[in-house]
Ligand binder design. Structure first.
Ligand code: ATP
Ligand code: MG
Length: 384
């Protein structure tokens, strides 16, 4: 494909923080940007050159985005696949609707992982009472996850017994679900890969992730963050998964490392990922620049990590620690060396809402961890 050079307009479906950071990266390279999002004050809409206020399936809004943009990507994994198909009839769209549709459905996603030879947690698709009755005791205790529309731990319920499972499925209104065996996790990690239209791939180093209440809390990226063999396996699996999808764009795959040294895949996101935010400050090419490069058909520069990095998510909870809504104490945190604060421009804080993140960079892992712990303490983030 002939590259779209700076000056062209790049469009993005969705106006959240991932879209905002994509827009920043595109603008740095000299592109014009357009965002489609129904929210008039969306984080990406605030900073893009063009903001189309429309619903994701609104034909007029989609036509407007296609008129404005030479190529279009997505930042929101629940963008309806038909909307991407519609855009693709007019413009280059990456990732393609087929890959996004697979990532939107846990059952199809797991089938794809298995097809690529990457092991998943033992699981069973539950779509009918017969499936429910067929659940073997080995799958319990487990986690019931809705097949579609889950994120940040929403649409998930831990179940220890068959009765709890039946109740949880009722509570999810009996929509298609996947029951997964609860595994003893040694660690969690993820890999961000970028794949170009020519099939070339580059990836970020493995991030080690700590989740709290189903939401990513901390990502640590430095030499030795995860054991070597599963770390290598995670990178190979991510590349195989991207290649198997014929993927173009940035893809993140999340994994569980188990106590016996084995690795199983959890899920994938067809877009940059929270666990790759550190690359804005700790790598010479960020995951958002890679998204721009894949979309524009530019060469994919191999990212080189130049600093050890620890990323802390800033959830809305931090705005309520004093009992009333007040922003966290930014000034003393910004006085610490190597702190990079990113706030997403969201007007209202709510518990569990991702308001921003901060990345601590340092020449070595112990320095990055030490400052990250100080920052966490100042902000009221639980110790890690
Ligand atoms: P996100 O959108 O933040 O990635 P999600 O809602 O898609 O989250 P999952 O990634 O499926 O949810 O699960 C969230 C977290 O719950 C995992 O990161 C892990 O900590 C825990 N978890 C999920 N599945 C299992 C499992 N089978 N065994 C043990 N822990 C699990
Ligand atoms: Mg997840």
């Amino acid at each position: 494909m002939t590259p779209l050079l700076p000056g062209a307009t790049l469009g993005v479906m969705g106006g959240g923080q991932l879209g905002r950071m994509f827009v920043h990266a595109a603008q740095q390279l000299g592109y014009v940007t357009a965002v489609l999002d129904p929210d008039p004050s969306s984080p990406a809409g605030q900073v893009a050159h063009h903001h189309v206020h429309a619903d994701y399936l609104d034909p007029q809004g989609l036509a407007r985005l296609a008129d404005l943009s030479q190529a279009i990507t997505t930042e929101f994994e629940n963008v309806p696949a038909p909307a991407l198909e519609r855009l693709a009839s007019q413009r280059f769209v990456a990732p393609h609707a087929g890959a996004v549709a697979i990532a939107q459905d846990r059952a199809r996603e797991k089938a794809h992982f298995e097809k690529c030879g990457v092991p998943c947690a033992p699981h069973l698709l539950i779509e009918s009472s017969e499936h429910l009755d067929a659940v073997r005791p080995e799958l319990l205790p487990g986690i019931l996850k809705t097949a579609r529309l889950g994120y940040d731990g929403k649409g998930q319920q831990r179940v220890a017994t068959h009765e709890e499972l039946a109740r949880a499925w009722d509570a999810f209104k009996r929509v298609p679900c996947v029951l997964e065996k609860l595994l003893p996790l040694d660690f969690e990690c993820s890999v961000v890969v970028a794949r170009g239209a020519d099939g070339g791939m580059v990836h970020l180093p493995v991030a080690r992730n700590l989740h709290r209440d189903g939401i990513l809390a901390v990502s640590e990226v430095f030499e030795g963050n995860v054991p070597e063999a599963p770390g290598r396996a995670a990178i190979e699996a991510t590349c195989a998964i991207a290649q198997g999808l014929g993927y173009v764009g940035v893809l993140c795959v999340e994994f569980f490392g188990l106590a016996d040294g084995s690795l199983v895949v959890n899920e994938m996101a067809p877009r940059p990922h929270n666990s790759g935010h550190w690359s804005l400050d700790g790598s010479d090419v960020s995951q958002f620049e890679l998204q721009v490069r894949t979309l524009a058909g530019l060469p994919l520069a191999k990212p080189r990590q130049h600093s050890a990095a620890v990323m802390l998510n800033l959830l809305g909870d931090l705005w309520f620690l004093s009992g009333r809504e007040a922003p966290p104490p930014w000034a003393p945190v910004l006085a610490l060396p190597g702190v990079h604060l990113h706030l997403y421009g969201k007007e209202t804080a709510r518990p569990g809402r991702k308001m921003g993140h901060l990345t601590v960079t340092a020449p070595d892992a112990s320095g990055a961890r030490r400052v990250a712990r100080e920052a966490a303490q100042l902000l009221g983030i639980a110790p890690f």
